[in-house]
Write a protein that binds this ligand. Sequence first.
Ligand code: UDX
Length: 432
Amino acid sequence: MKLCMIGTGYVGLVSGVCFSDVGNTVYCVDKDKKKIDLLNNGIVPIFEPGLEEILKKNHKQKRLIFTTDLKKAVLNSDIIFICVGTPTKKNSNTADLKYVFSVAKDLNKIIKKYKIIVNKSTVPLSTGDQIEKILFNLKKKKLVDIVSNPEFLREGEAIRDFIYPDRVIIGTDSKKANKILKSLYLPIIKKISRYFNTSRRGAELIKYASNAFLATKISFINEIANLCEKAGVDVKDVAAGMGSDQRIGDRFLRAGPAYGGSCFPKDTRALIDTGSKFKTDLSIVKSVVNSNENRKTLLVKRVDKILGANFKNKIITFLGVTFKPNTDDMREASSIPMIKYLNKKSCKIKYYDPSGEKDDFKSFKNVKYCSTISAACLKTDLVILHTEWNDFKQLNFKKLIKKKKFKIYDMRNLYSPLKMKKLDIDYFGVGR
Ligand code: UDX
């Protein structure tokens, strides 16, 4: 099939590359000429393990085309995917849909024969209806079907998530569009995944409900971790015990810092906003957002406690600063408020992250990037294990730090408290 992905951000690029890999011809369109030039030279502007290899292979075979020419790409394609950003509007919870609507207006001028328009951008309930209004005349002439097909890709795992999805959700009441999309997804859903056709609004809500539920699971275990800390219980045991009940499941029950990234914080806020538009009080989601905000302060206070509020001339090392491993993404990473707070005290902060130095900290006087784990750890007073990159899972702290007294704050519970005790290391975890 011939596909057009509008927007070569995370979702558009990963989906476009993976669709081309299963034999489709895919036009990836972006307004940003620099980005298109990079992609045409085989340079991937995002950090996603495995993406570059598949991209280069399909680009070479001419199944993957990068262009700024929207008109040509649309006219040559059967299915058009909208994959543009939906950031939160400043000082509100509302998702900003200006990019989605601007694409719809462009399509309204270009389309002359039947196309399926699939929205993959994360958009609030009823956005599909608004797109349909913009394309009213084309819809009346049966020249378009507007479908919702949310993505569930995790950064760092996006290729695997695309090729082996748990489910593919198609929101449309058009039998024709559903049949064509089912055959597009057939190579992917053939083995284990579920293909699920529902209403367009249903599909839009499934995306937000899924992300909000996962955020709820994380916040829930994080609050249980707070209780564990006070009661002398290990939250890892509680999560394992709870998680072996199949109705609960053991995933997304890892206690740690406040959740971050480009999706959970933004989508939970947007869902609350949708709730109020539809006059529904989503009190649980509201509590989750609050709980996650409070967590940022709570964990900083814990550092205060660990250091005995004695910051002067102390050296603090962050291992990992991204919101999760296998990404270079700093959006809503809990390391940002932590480092901001500690920077104000008179301590020195060193950090190492496998994805490199971060612009977020370049203007901070007391924050220094180190290019190796050993440089970051040398002579430090406190190591904060912030992100669970594999690189940090088997460290010999005594050898690295070369100092008699130091402390470890393991925010991802990567190490065994018992082993640390045996090594006579001052160790603090989360919820244990
Ligand atoms: C998420 C969803 O998983 C994906 O389906 C969606 O479409 C996009 O948003 P992503 O943002 O890449 O993906 O990250 P994810 O792996 O879900 O982690 C989000 C945050 O939750 C991270 O800060 C992570 O550290 C945290 N997390 C996750 C926990 O603290 N504990 C867990 O058990 C799992």
